[in-house]
Design a protein around this ligand. Structure first.
Ligand SMILES: [Zn+2]
Length: 283
């Protein structure tokens, strides 16, 4: 087990014993509540050597590409021919961080990827002992920028041969959050895995009325009330680190790693996915 991962687990008091692979090509099920649907779903991994990672659900395979996105309201939802899976971003971020692009199928039984503790940590543990297959050739995009509803995702100048980098900033008019920024190259991304989903108490009624957030609990989300967070945070920059995790999850939908420095400012899933789509039209 990677020592950074192990340390994150200790700090987060998360069960690092999620080791579903049994060496026979099929993992055991990982189950849990979906944060938006409130419905219990389960996920397992099926070995598929040399094949691109994809989701199998409701007898349908959904490719992990931006064209599969059918909704980006508060979470990234994928669908194909009537089959759909919501809140894929934290699992996809864990794939990106650990370098998994090929070699297994993600079978999903239910409408939503379980939120687990609200972060990407559980998924990283689930896959930690699996050696990644060689990654697809990275893609070097040319100038691209997307602006949607005050959020921006774009490319910063980038030297050939450098590792991929992301720089993320957020701004929330809340005394416990304010302006935060985080920047890191690939080797730093493990530090994003423990950052949890967050929300605001003042928005909960509206959220529930729209049929979302129905599975939010104290053990899977940080809810900010007027004065501060509902539970102790995992560091003062947990909010921006979570946004960076979300960004990586959505960038996974480009379909292969990037050779680029991606900058995101106050961006939502909608902007991330629009950016990923733009990049796919170049490749
Ligand atoms: Zn998220």
């Amino acid at each position: 087990m990677n020592t950074t991962l192990q340390k994150l687990a200790e700090n987060a008091a998360v069960n690092s014993a999620i080791r579903p692979w049994n060496g026979r090509g099929v993992s055991s099920w990982i189950q849990g509540i979906g944060i938006h649907s409130g419905v219990n779903s389960r996920v397992r991994f099926l070995s598929a050597p040399n094949e691109p990672i994809r989701i199998r659900t409701q007898k349908t395979e959904i490719m992990l590409v931006a064209e599969s996105v059918i909704d980006t309201t508060l979470a990234t939802k994928l669908g194909y021919r009537g089959a759909r899976v919501s809140t894929v971003e934290h699992l996809l971020a864990a794939l990106y961080v650990l370098g998994h692009w090929r070699g297994f199928v993600i079978e999903v039984d239910g409408p939503e990827i379980p939120i687990l503790d609200g972060s990407g940590l559980g998924w990283a543990f689930a896959l930690a002992e699996l050696t990644p297959e060689p990654t697809p050739n990275p893609f070097n995009p040319y100038d691209t920028a997307v602006e949607i509803r005050g959020g921006y995702v774009g490319l910063e100048s980038f030297k050939d041969g450098e590792p991929m980098q992301i720089s993320v900033s957020v701004g929330f008019a809340h005394p416990a959050i304010g302006e935060q920024s985080w920047s890191g190259q690939q080797a730093d991304w493990l530090k994003l895995l423990d950052a949890r989903t967050f929300g605001f108490e003042r928005e909960i009624e509206r959220l529930w009325a729209s049929g979302r957030g129905l599975g939010a609990r104290e053990d899977n989300a940080v809810v900010y009330n007027e004065t501060g967070p509902s539970v102790p945070t995992r560091g003062a920059d947990e909010v921006v680190r979570h946004k960076a995790l979300d960004l990586l999850g959505d960038l996974y939908l480009v379909g292969r790693p990037l050779q680029a420095h991606v900058v995101s400012e106050r961006a939502s899933h909608e902007a991330h996915v629009a950016f990923a789509l733009e990049l796919r039209s170049q490749s």
